[in-house]
Design a protein around this ligand. Structure first.
Ligand code: SF4
Ligand code: SF4
Length: 154
């Protein structure tokens, strides 16, 4: 997940077409995140198959209205299960949602029309129904994660 970032601070507005993920500056990397909030939902893993199941229960640090981390800079220190995606190899992205820009680009895909870098509209993620804003609940309000397993259509 990511904090808010000013897109107009990026010099090359099509950087993702010209650079690999590892070549991107910190600002470019952060701009790639669409702010959907999906990766901040709790997940369950099947012990036998390794399959990952997302739930609607969001990390307690996620501001569900904005879908931003409430303490992005300190996130991995404050939340033991929080993963800094930039520290991963692309081969480790399979647990990310299929819509996640990092996974999409790592798999050779293109950013979706609703991605803010394409639409030019920071609200297009919510308007496209990709954001978790409409259904996420704080993990602090959840007793059993298995009761909150969800499945995305995209
Ligand atoms: S799933 Fe990907 S695009 Fe969505 S908030 Fe997480 S890192 Fe950003
Ligand atoms: S601390 Fe929680 S809300 Fe913040 S980035 Fe990590 S998983 Fe997301």
């Amino acid at each position: 997940m990511r904090g808010a970032i000013a897109i107009n601070t990026i010099n090359n507005m099509t950087f993702w077409l010209k650079k690999s993920l590892s070549e991107m500056t910190d600002t470019e990397w952060e701009a790639l995140c669409d702010g959907c909030g999906k990766c901040c939902l709790n997940k369950l893993e099947d012990d036998e198959t390794g399959d990952i199941f997302y739930t609607s229960a969001a990390c307690r640090m996620l501001d569900i209205t904005s879908c931003r981390c409430s303490n992005y800079l300190e996130r991995t220190r404050l939340v033991s299960g929080c993963i800094d995606v930039r520290q991963l190899n692309a081969s480790e992205f399979s647990w990310l949602p299929s819509t996640c820009a990092y996974r999409v680009l790592a798999e050779g895909g293109e950013l979706a029309a609703w991605h803010p870098l394409i639409s030019g509209n920071v609200f297009s993620v919510v308007e496209a129904g990709v954001s978790v804003r409409s259904y996420a609940v704080s993990e602090t309000q959840v007793d059993d994660l298995e009761d909150h397993i969800i499945e995305w259509l995209t």
